[in-house]
Design a protein around this ligand. Sequence first.
Ligand code: SF4
Length: 340
Amino acid sequence: MQENMIIAAQQASAQASLSWQQQLSQAIRDPLALCQRLGLSDHWLPGARAGGQLFEICVPEAYLARIAANAPNDPLLRQVLPVSDETLTPQGYVTDPLEEAEHRPAKGLIHKYAGRVLLIASPNCAINCRYCFRRHFPYSDNSPSRAQWQEALDYLRADTTLHEAILSGGDPLAANDRQLAWLVEQLESIPHLKRLRLHTRLPVVIPDRVDDALLGWLAGTRLQKVVVLHINHANEIDQAVVDACSRLKQAGATLLNQSVLLRRVNDSVDTLATLSERLFDAGILPYYLHVLDPVQGAAHFDVSDDEARELVTQLREHLPGFLMPRLVREIPGQGSKTPL
Ligand code: SF4
């Protein structure tokens, strides 16, 4: 244990001087390295190898530093450590649970809901979350070059009912700032677009991602800015995350959070109440609590709808209304998220 704490402290000081890109390139991607870094016994290695073959491991040091050593049940570790359950194929769990393939009018563009479209701004993430509903997404077919973005941009220009562009991925902030600044410039030249929304986990995973280059294009756009973060547990919010959120707010962004309800990560009233409180302390409003999308490889995270409803009923007794996330499910073909 002592040895692990020393390694963690050494890693933290070595990372302090690295850019976010360097931190990302040094993320742990190897099952053995992950188990050794966190002092996990050999018991976890076969599962980590089997699950990691289906969906690669990716955990940067800045996130690892928030995981307790030698604690297989750590709620942050559960989100990133592959386990043998990922190889199971229970009925109803599929590779494209939201049927997004049906809604792609142009490369890199998903249009499911009225008034807004989603652009796959980057195929990459800074972390590979084991429950991710896009863990099987064909990113290689949906990573447009600048020239290829024109088709998506023409689609947005032609549809004057669209008021909001959502940058998603992967994680949109995994793209470089030159590319993002260019894309945002294209979007703000479309007169009927009013809002730019970013769905990102990067400010949580590597808080140094919120640097001057990012803040420059974000603060400079005429579009209203909403950043929807993805935080599932209060332990994910350390001081560096709080500081990154503060920089985003100074750039004019409204900060919201969406969580996924995950078995043995955040499936208790106390955990969810603490998360909402900590989010608000960091200037973030709880927005959605999603039930798990039935993606192949993630069934072990499932919490039943009845249990989810009961948790939220009890949560209401602990929190003021403005700290209550909306419990929802995404159902393919529906015009919006469906409240549970
Ligand atoms: S950061 Fe988001 S898109 Fe990337 S793996 Fe995690 S949940 Fe999926």
